[in-house]
Structures are given as structure tokens and as C-alpha cells.
Design a protein around this ligand. Structure first.
Ligand code: GLC
Length: 530
């Protein structure tokens, strides 16, 4: 189980209202107590922060906002002593428009080597003032921006599948591939255990960059569905090479390195291609996260993953929350029924379900506290480029990125140790007091204890290790499956109680669960035969 640390919102050690690497180091004992195997750090590299660090200006350094390389080394050392693995977030699809190579490309002329590292092309139309093709960017607007050439005239266009400040690399240029090999080695030499790979189904575009039949599909769905821009077959070569770099390090020191990809592709079968034995070790399988709170939807997604991914000998990597998605407590609580606690009960049940599934699990900071999405942030504090580029509040990402509450009754809830005037970079609502980590640790009924207990059992019960699952007969509205010979997990998606599939008291349950009964919106684990 890997814990995703969104660095700017985890813990602030300097008092500027932004979390940092020293804050992560200070939080490691807390994470160790929770039972994580490792952490994934969101990007902390030098960046103008147009997309919170997913616009990297220098892949081999630390932004002063988050610390420096010496602090990074301290963090890795401290994590190693605690037995917590460290994964970095690497962003190979695009960089920042402030990356020195992009600046060089802007200053260079059309057709130059410097421009070949990106996708520069002449515009269409008589004056070249129409973009080279009709693609739209994921976060709204055209996927091309026009540059001004050295002579002051409007010139070529460059491709950016996200914001204009995130130019896409041209992976057909061998220098780009070589540069990323160097970046990987730089961090592996510094002791990291692996990488979460941003936009791992990206990198290569159709070589002709042709028009798309449905140019707005990416922006409309906010999913990488343009078949000309994503999931090109050449990308697999990159994962093979990165895997072999990792294996080199393992051969040297015996420690396994881990590559986990953010892979959004249409089907589980295509997904499975990314986790072939010589490619990525893991790839987030987002279908569980996208599934509505419905037993048939969950069963379909899990069955597909087991058949098409686990069935080919690879690991399935489950995830319910991350820094791009509405948090489960809120997502499952919709339509919101004030004070019903339904979303929270379902999120707890989903957590137990995920932790019982074969494969890897990732949790996103605050998930272990049952944090809801902050849905009422005022427009003037929103930072998500999606909001600024589309003007739409629909599916913006600030609400899941609000700094964590650690202690106390009022903001900053121990998040920032600075002056009283130093405000967290996004405002924390008053109700965050209920979710502070100190309260969660003190209350055995908290989300935190559920995750901690679940993780402990997951680490000790052989049934929850490698292997598959067997679906069991269950009443309507209930999903039940067995792991190993005798571990049963059941989830009641409905609101009325049903008979439990196993007699006796459960080993662990997401809510009060008397023997013989599985209450509504509850999951439980039993040892025994159904
Ligand atoms: C990934 C990241 C997201 C970022 C985007 C562009 O989807 O998870 O936060 O905005 O890539 O790098």
C-alpha cells in the first residue's frame, strides 16, 4: 500500500502556508504508524506552478518552495530508516514552458534541432494563423499555441495537450529519451525506490498529427480519449527501457525498484499491455474509482481487472482517491443528504473492499481521515488551471487538495507551524476540526483506525496476499468474495441490513456489525466459510 503525499498540502515546516519536504519528513512517523509501505511524492521540482508542479522546469532539483536537495536526501534517509519506500512523480509527457530546452526552442528557428525536441509545426491557412490540427487540450482550449519568431513575426505553433505552459515533448527525438534516462538515474542514484509516471499512456502522438474526428473529446470527458494523441504503440518501448534501467539498479544492490504508471486507456485489455512483465510493475486501474456506488458496476470492474490484467499474470493497482478526483466521501454521498453520513459510510466500506482485493492499493492523503471534498471554495482562491481555462467549476481539483488538518480547533489546524498570519494556500473549512489527525488517532471508530487495522491485517493474513478472488453467492445488493480458503469480504451496497454471509463476529467491519447481520452501506471481513 502506497500513500500519496500531495506535498504542498501535507505539512508546512516553514510557515509560508505551503507544505514542503521537511514537513513530509516530520510526518513520516505518522505514516509509519498508519502502516504504509511507501509514499509517492507529488512533483516538487523547480516549476512556475501553473499546474502545481506538473509543469517541470528542471527535473533534477527541488523548488525552493519545497526545500532543497539536501532536505530531499534527509527525507530519503529518514524514510529508509523507517522502512518506508519513496516514489517520485516523474512527468515525461510535457515540461514547463520555462524549461531551458523549451526556451532554447523558442529562440531557435523553425526546423532546428532545438525545436525537434517538441512538436513545432507551421500553421494552416494562408497566413499560417490556424493551428496545425484541430486537437483540443485536456484542460480546454486548442492544443496548440503560436509563437513569435526572432524577427517579431507570428511564427510556428507548438503542441500542448494540457496548458500552454506545458509543451509536450517529442519522444521521437532521441535526445528526449536520453535526457529522461539521465533523470531516472539521477534520482535512483539519490536512493529513490521508484517512480509514479504522469500521463504514462501519452508521450507519443500519431506521427502525422492528423485532424481528429471528435476534437473536443478529451476536453469534454477530461479523459485521454483522442486515439491520435494517446496510447500509441511506441510508448511501450519507453517502459521497456525504463524497466531495464530499474533492473540494472536491482542487480547492483538487490533492492527492487518500482514503476507505477498513470494509465488511462479505454479497456482493461489495453491497460494490461502496460504491465507486461518487461514494462511497468503497476498501473493505476481507474475504473474502480470511476464506478458509481452500485454492486453490479463494482463487480463488473473488478471481474474485468481480474480477468484481463491479473489473468495475464500482472498486478492490478487499485485506487479510490487521488489529487485529481472528488474525494470518495463526497462522491458516494451524492446526491448529498445533509447529515446522513451515507457518503462516509460508503467510503469506509469501499476502503475495506479495496484493501481486500488482490493487488496493490494506493491511498491519497486525507483519505485515511475520511476528509470530504471541500465544495464551497470561493472562486478567487481556486488555482486549478481547469477552472481558469474553462471557467467551469465542474470537476475542478482544488477541493481535494485543501491542506490537511493535524490538530486544534481552528485553521491552520497544525498544518503550518508559521506565524498566525501565514494562511494555508487554500482555506481550510471550520469543520476540518472534526477530521484532524490527533482526533482521528484518539478515536478507535475513526477512518484512521479502520485503515490502520485493515492495513495491519492485509500485511499479516496470508489470504490477503497474492492470489485471486472467488465470487460468492450473495443477496441482491451485496457483493461477497473469498480470498484464499476462508477469508470472506462482503459489502452491502443497499441501505437495509441483510443476513451476513458468514456466521460469527467479523474480523473487521467498516461500521457496527453484529454477528449474523451485514448492515446497509457496510463492508466486513470474516474468517470462516460462507
Ligand atoms: C496528471 C496529473 C494531473 C496533472 C496532469 C498534467 O493527470 O495527475 O494532476 O494536471 O497529469 O500533468
Amino acid at each position: 500500500m502506497i500513500y500519496q503525499v500531495y506535498v504542498r498540502s501535507f505539512l508546512d515546516s516553514t510557515g509560508d502556508g505551503v507544505g514542503d519536504l521537511a514537513g513530509v519528513r516530520a510526518g513520516l512517523p505518522y505514516l509509519k504508524k498508519l502502516g504504509v509501505d511507501g509514499i509517492w511524492l507529488s512533483p516538487f521540482y523547480p516549476s512556475p506552478q501553473h499546474d502545481h508542479g506538473y509543469d517541470v522546469a528542471d527535473y533534477c532539483d527541488v523548488d525552493p518552495l519545497f526545500g532543497d536537495l539536501a532536505e530531499f536526501d534527509l527525507l530519503v534517509g529518514a524514510a529508509r530508516r523507517l522502512g518506508v519506500k519513496v516514489l517520485l512523480d516523474i512527468v515525461p509527457n510535457h515540461c514547463s514552458s520555462e524549461h531551458p530546452w523549451f526556451r532554447e526552442a523558442l529562440a531557435a528557428s523553425p526546423g532546428s534541432e532545438a525545436r525537434a525536441r517538441f512538436h513545432f509545426a507551421d500553421g494552416r491557412g494562408p497566413d499560417g494563423d490556424e493551428p496545425p490540427n484541430n486537437w483540443h487540450a485536456m484542460f480546454g482550449g486548442p492544443a496548440w499555441s503560436r509563437v513569435t519568431e526572432a524577427d517579431g513575426r507570428p511564427g510556428q505553433w507548438y503542441l500542448h495537450m494540457f496548458t500552454p505552459e506545458q509543451p509536450d515533448w517529442n519522444w521521437r527525438d532521441p535526445e528526449v529519451a536520453a535526457e529522461f534516462d539521465r533523470v531516472l538515474r539521477f534520482w535512483l542514484d539519490r536512493g529513490v525506490d521508484g517512480f509514479r509516471i504522469d500521463v504514462a499512456a501519452g508521450l507519443f502522438k500519431h506521427p502525422e498529427l492528423p485532424d481528429s474526428d471528435d476534437p473536443e473529446a478529451d476536453a469534454r470527458t477530461r479523459d485521454s480519449v483522442n486515439p491520435l494523441a494517446w496510447n500509441q504503440p511506441e510508448v511501450h518501448e519507453v517502459w521497456r527501457r525504463w524497466r531495464s534501467i530499474c533492473e540494472d539498479y536491482t542487480e547492483r544492490d538487490g533492492f527492487e525498484r518500482l514503476l507505477v504508471g498513470e494509465v488511462s486507456v479505454p479497456t482493461a485489455r489495453e491497460h494490461a499491455q502496460y504491465v507486461r512483465p518487461d514494462e511497468l510493475h503497476q498501473a493505476f486501474f481507474f475504473d474502480l474509482l470511476s464506478a458509481p456506488w452500485d454492486p453490479d458496476a463494482f463487480q463488473k470492474v473488478i471481474s474485468e481487472a481480474m480477468q484481463d490484467i491479473a489473468g495475464t499474470g500482472s498486478t492490478v493497482t487499485w485506487v479510490l482517491n487521488n489529487h485529481d478526483q472528488v474525494r470518495t466521501v463526497t462522491r458516494y454521498g451524492e446526491p448529498a443528504t445533509e447529515g446522513s453520513g451515507l457518503g462516509a459510510a460508503r467510503a469506509r466500506a469501499a476502503a475495506l473492499l479495496m484493501l481486500a482485493l488482490p493487488g496493490a492499493a494506493y491511498i491519497y492523503q486525507g483519505e485515511e481521515l475520511g476528509l470530504p471534498e471541500v465544495v464551497d471554495l470561493p472562486d478567487d482562491v481556486l488555482t486549478d488551471p481547469i477552472f481558469h481555462r474553462t471557467g467551469s467549476r465542474a470537476r475542478i481539483r482544488d477541493g481535494c487538495r485543501v491542506p490537511l488538518p493535524w490538530s486544534g480547533q481552528a485553521s491552520p489546524f497544525g498544518f503550518t507551524s508559521g506565524e498566525e498570519s501565514a494562511k494555508p494556500w487554500l482555506p481550510q473549512p471550520e469543520y476540518f476540526a472534526e477530521y484532524a489527525t490527533d482526533r482521528a488517532l484518539a478515536d478507535t471508530r475513526s477512518f484512521w483506525h479502520l485503515y490502520r487495522d485493515g492495513l495491519q491485517l492485509r500485511g499479516t493474513l496470508p489470504q490477503l496476499g497474492e492470489g485471486t478472488l472467488r465470487w460468492l453467492d450473495a443477496p441482491p445488493g451485496v457483493l461477497a468474495f473469498a480470498r484464499g480458503d476462508d477469508l470472506v469480504c462482503a459489502v452491502n451496497f443497499g441501505t437495509a441490513p441483510t443476513p451476513a454471509p458468514v456466521s460469527g463476529t467479523p474480523l473487521l467491519a467498516s461500521g457496527p456489525c453484529p454477528a449474523g447481520v451485514l448492515p446497509g452501506s457496510t463492508a466486513a471481513w470474516w474468517i470462516g466459510n460462507s
